[in-house]
Design a protein around this ligand. Sequence first.
Ligand code: NAD
Ligand code: MG
Length: 338
Amino acid sequence: MKVYYEQDANLDVLKNKKIAVLGFGSQGHAHSLNLLESGLDVCVGLRKTSSSWPKAEKAGLPVKTVKDAVKDADVVMVLLPDQTQKKVYDEEIAPNLKPGATLAFAHGFNIHYKQIVPPSDINVMMIAPKGPGHLVRRTYLEGKGVPCLIAVYQDPSGKTKDMALAWAKGIGGTKAGVIETNFKNETETDLFGEQAVLCGGSAELIKAGFETLVEAGYPPELAYFECMHEMKLIVDLYYEGGLSRMNYSVSDTAEYGGMSRGKRVINPEAKSEMKKILTEIQDGRFAKEWLDECNAGLPNMTKMREETKEHELEKTGAKLRGMMSWLFKKNPKEEVGV
Ligand code: NAD
Ligand code: MG
């Protein structure tokens, strides 16, 4: 698989273009500020009432309403929450998009599940950093970058891939490496990863481990350190050098115990459930359920958020983290000032 780096991308492709970044949240602030500092002509599109409006202005960016930002733009990057993109597209983007303009996304959800269907004269591309926006900003400031996926969905101009590479370069991505994919693969693997492994699977694994120890009468503080706190130390080893780096670093007892017992936790039944989860993503059932949940005002999401907050793991963790003075306590929004 080809990986694109600095020399493979030409920023000039975007130099004479007017760029609008819609949204100033996690990804929006990082893309707009990085592109501005890369010397490009960027403005931010927001709602008049948005609390981000003064923040983006203070950061040195011109800010307009979504309608005005889109009207003038050659390239429009949609960095709004996935569940609001369709409405904003229908009401404010589509009626104002210049013929031949380029529409960009950082995740393929709305294009892949046909919530947004751009006209055929519009170039459609994706630049998806494989990390949260605050890391995209922080690594850029350090002269580094976050790896990105790029994809082209529609290419009437014949230049969409060059634009995607230029965008990735402008936000720092080509310093870390850029891989080309398509909207389907990015969307489906991203959803699967967050559901089965990253956000869903890991949280439930930690919770089940914590509950098992607490129900057996061990102190919750001990259970928290074993099942939650140490998770980061182990994941850092995976990140640095894979499973073998982890096995090399832990004791032989931990290595043997882990290899001989782990499969009983993530057993064939767990894997067959993963396959079901993937099927629901592939056939659109998950997307429909999530959009219905949004339209209903998030009844299940609210309930699940409440349950998570009330879990003993969270209460124990809050107490213990308060005592760990070396831990990063600021919320990430304060860190970057947005
Ligand atoms: P976010 O929730 O952090 O920010 C959304 C921004 O949109 C906010 O500035 C909000 O004020 C603004 N907004 C909301 N509704 C609006 C409206 N109707 N009109 C104008 N502005 C509006 O979102 P995010 O996490 O940055 O996600 C943006 C996109 O990036 C999504 O497609 C997401 O899948 C993708 N993405 C996110 C991450 C991540 O780590 N957060 C990583 C990769 C890709
Ligand atoms: Mg992801």
